[in-house]
Write a protein that binds this ligand. Structure first.
Ligand SMILES: NC(=O)c1ccc[n+]([C@@H]2O[C@H](COP(=O)([O-])OP(=O)(O)OC[C@H]3O[C@@H](n4cnc5c(N)ncnc54)[C@H](OP(=O)(O)O)[C@@H]3O)[C@@H](O)[C@H]2O)c1
Length: 240
């Protein structure tokens, strides 16, 4: 395994879990939230993990993982776009939940969440780790390839996508090609395979059966969460 330098922006349920796991794997991880690095005390003492300001998390790294609510993307993207190296691979774990994020016209208009992020950053993005709940990301990874949960990875084909596949594999999940980023609506909240922890073949079959004609239904499924804070509390309870 090639050790990489990885910046993680967002130290919450998903970003914090990924940062900790990647550091344990031996990668050099820089982790940031929206505040000063000194606020991330719970990550003190983890080998290979340092806490930094968000702008420093994207400097001199091979991969940047953006794991923040969509309401933060406009401002964060404007801050990061000028300082992101074109050689850095960008991963977005984000999902649009209007009940949490407020209405974002581009996303309501049908632009896939991570295409919008890619447009704001002005560069390619890979969407992954968005369709597994944080407790399952924390607990279900396994080196046993015959017994794995599949995770969709969408984004442009090429070496960078292979690097993202390798990262998913190292975390104990089976990467499943989710096509170009323009297809990533197929892995957004409310779609049939969303957070179902399917095996790779079932995940691919479900992805194929996810169709544009049903997008309104997927959005209705997504919007069934009316108390987002309660959902977060339940997710956090399951992290233990
Ligand atoms: N929770 C899940 O199970 C899950 C699963 C898949 C995907 N997702 C998606 O992944 C993203 C992250 O979810 P989460 O559950 O990890 O969120 P979370 O627990 O609420 O954590 C969000 C993190 O983002 C940081 N943040 C917010 N605005 C920022 C900014 N401008 N600059 C830097 N950091 C900023 C927050 O820092 P502060 O504390 O300083 O505000 C916090 O550390 C969301 O889009 C979510 O929908 C979540």
């Amino acid at each position: 395994m090639r050790t990489m330098k990885i910046g993680v922006i967002g130290a919450g349920l998903i970003g914090g879990t990924l940062a900790s796991k990647l550091a344990v794997l031996g990668h050099q991880v820089k982790l940031a939230n929206s505040k000063a690095p000194s606020t991330l005390t719970e990550f003190g003492g983890i080998d290979n993990l340092t806490t930094v300001w968000a702008a420093d998390a994207v400097r001199d790294v091979d991969i940047v993982i953006i794991s923040v609510p969509e309401y933060a993307i406009d401002a964060l993207g404007a801050e990061l776009a000028p300082i992101l190296s074109e050689n850095t691979i960008v991963i977005d774990t984000g999902n649009y939940y209007p009940v949490r994020d407020g209405r974002i016209p581009a996303l309501d208009g049908g632009v896939p969440d991570s295409v919008w992020v890619s447009q704001i950053l002005g560069r390619p993005v890979f969407k992954v780790f968005n369709n597994i709940a944080a407790p399952d990301l924390k607990k279900k990874g396994t080196p046993d390839r015959g017994n794995r949960v599949g995770l969709l990875v969408s984004g442009p084909d090429g070496d960078a996508k292979h690097a993202v596949f390798a990262l998913v594999d190292q975390l104990g999940f089976e990467p499943v090609d989710g096509g170009p980023l323009e297809e990533s609506w197929r892995q957004q909240p409310g779609t049939p395979a969303y957070c179902k922890d399917l095996d790779p073949d079932s995940l691919k079959a479900s992805w194929i059966a996810t169709v544009l004609d049903d997008v309104d239904e997927y959005h209705r499924n997504r919007d069934q969460i009316v108390d987002f804070d309660a959902a977060v509390r339940e997710t956090a309870r399951r992290m233990a």
